[in-house]
Design a binder for this molecule. Structure first.
Ligand SMILES: Nc1ncnc2c1ncn2[C@@H]1O[C@H](COP(=O)(O)OP(=O)(O)OP(=O)(O)O)[C@@H](O)[C@H]1O
Ligand SMILES: O=C(O)c1ccc[n+]([C@@H]2O[C@H](COP(=O)([O-])O)[C@@H](O)[C@H]2O)c1
Length: 204
């Protein structure tokens, strides 16, 4: 009987919309950490985006499914869409542990910019006990990642890793602005997502 643990990446995000920065990052972490799969988890009510206008979750979920379906290692979970209230990662990770059992290790994937906010995440120390974090390096983020790693790295059983990934300076904010101004988003999002945005009239 094999005792090898199953390794699952969790790519959480607002995905408004999902773009190739998310996909390239998830794939790079999957390969580097030899993950069995990556679960993309669209946030229903992202805790740090209160007050900003976020597209209804169903559109963000559908675009995430479209963007990931051609990769056999990528899956989309609606776990946060089924929960009311703010989409705290600690609740998601606990639910996934319940679902997958103790023989699974979880790797929460973030862009480096998200790491600077980690100290303010709900139950961050418990979260670091339950899953690893992998921060994909983005330009200009390196020094504060080291600060956060220093602050939290030693406290949890799990740790925060940093992984240099292809640095794509792409953001959902920029994509929304491009659509609004009638500029091209070709190759920044998968074609199916581009078509969906226009068909549904998102970001006008
Ligand atoms: N270009 C990118 N490269 C690597 N990681 C990214 C990139 N864009 C976003 N991420 C990471 O993906 C996760 C989900 O991000 P999110 O869905 O908020 O996208 P975003 O582009 O940062 O959106 P917005 O511009 O609306 O804030 C976060 O951990 C974020 O740091
Ligand atoms: O749990 C928290 O306190 C928490 C605070 C901020 C962000 N997160 C999660 O981090 C992921 C990226 O968030 P965002 O806002 O950059 O899309 C997404 O899965 C959020 O639910 C989680």
């Amino acid at each position: 009987m094999s005792h090898t643990k199953t390794k699952i990446g969790i790519m959480g995000g607002t995905f408004d919309p999902i773009h190739i920065g998310h996909l390239v990052t998830a794939e790079a972490v999957r390969i580097e950490y030899n993950l069995d799969k990556v679960l993309f988890v669209p946030a229903s009510n992202p805790p740090h985006k209160q007050g900003s206008l976020v597209t209804p979750a169903i559109h963000r979920y559908i675009m995430t499914v479209m963007a990931t379906y051609s990769n056999p290692h990528f899956f989309v979970s609606g776990i946060e869409l089924e929960r009311s209230g703010l989409s705290y990662t600690i609740d998601t990770v606990r639910a996934l542990i319940d679902c997958y059992g103790a023989n699974t290790e979880f790797y929460f994937i973030t862009g480096a910019d998200a790491v600077k906010d980690l100290p303010s995440w709900r139950e961050i120390e418990n979260l670091l006990d339950l899953c690893y974090f992998v921060a994909a390096t983005r330009p200009g983020c390196i020094s504060y990642i080291d600060e956060v790693i220093k602050q939290f790295g030693a406290k949890g059983r799990r740790s925060i890793h940093r992984l240099a990934t292809p640095e794509l300076e792409i953001s959902s904010t920029d994509i929304r602005e491009r659509v609004k101004k009638g500029r091209s988003i070709k190759y920044i999002v998968p074609e199916s997502v581009e078509d969906y945005i226009y068909k549904e009239g998102l970001y006008r």
